[in-house]
Design a protein around this ligand. Structure first.
Ligand code: S3P
Length: 172
């Protein structure tokens, strides 16, 4: 049984939807950011602050190598996970990639009061940072075989859409 892997930019609902999807499908749930925090004993923000982004990216790659050997899970990934083509290759090996999308406005509303995202905590205008990073990442999230705009539907409906897609394709 393949993993179901949620990818997408920060604030697109990967963790919330992944958790719900796992419950609905009675599967184990893994959030790569939370898993890295458990493994390292540090928060994502602390890893960025103390060791830098490159170190965080290597923690992500190490974790993906481990996850690629497991099956049947729902995996929510950090927003930068798919920037590394090798991570995408490994995740695709035994996983179905589902993209979550949202407009910059929706992303901004969801994350403006959170302090856990170092890439958007650089001071200055957060909306501009979101738009800049989205643009910089271009089509990075297009590796998903199906995508849902999570700003357009309530959480439960996004989950339902994903389940419908998986059934249609006979993944479930
Ligand atoms: C990042 C997204 C974050 C986290 C880290 C870097 C990114 O995950 O992995 O702050 O580069 O987009 P979320 O997408 O869960 O916020």
């Amino acid at each position: 049984m393949k993993n179901i892997v949620l990818i997408g930019f920060m604030g697109t609902g990967k963790t919330a939807i992944g958790r719900r999807l796992a419950l609905r499908l009675n599967r184990k749930f893994i959030d790569t950011d939370l898993e890295i925090e458990n493994i390292t004993g540090k928060t994502v923000a602390q890893i960025f602050a103390r060791h830098g982004m490159i170190r965080f990216r290597s923690e992500e790659s190490l974790l993906v190598q481990k996850l690629a050997r497991q099956e049947g899970m729902v995996i929510s990934t950090g927003g930068g996970m798919v920037l590394n083509p090798e991570n995408v290759r490994l995740l695709k090996e035994n996983g179905i990639l589902i993209g979550l999308e949202a407009s910059p406005e929706v992303i901004f509303k969801r994350i403006r009061n959170k302090k856990s995202r170092p890439l958007l905590m650089k001071g200055g205008n957060m909306m501009e940072q979101i738009e800049g990073l989205l643009k910089e990442r271009g089509g990075a999230y297009d590796v998903a075989e199906y995508a849902v705009d999570t700003g357009a539907f309530p959480l439960e409906e996004s989950v339902e859409k994903i389940i419908q897609y998986l059934k249609e394709k006979q993944y479930l």
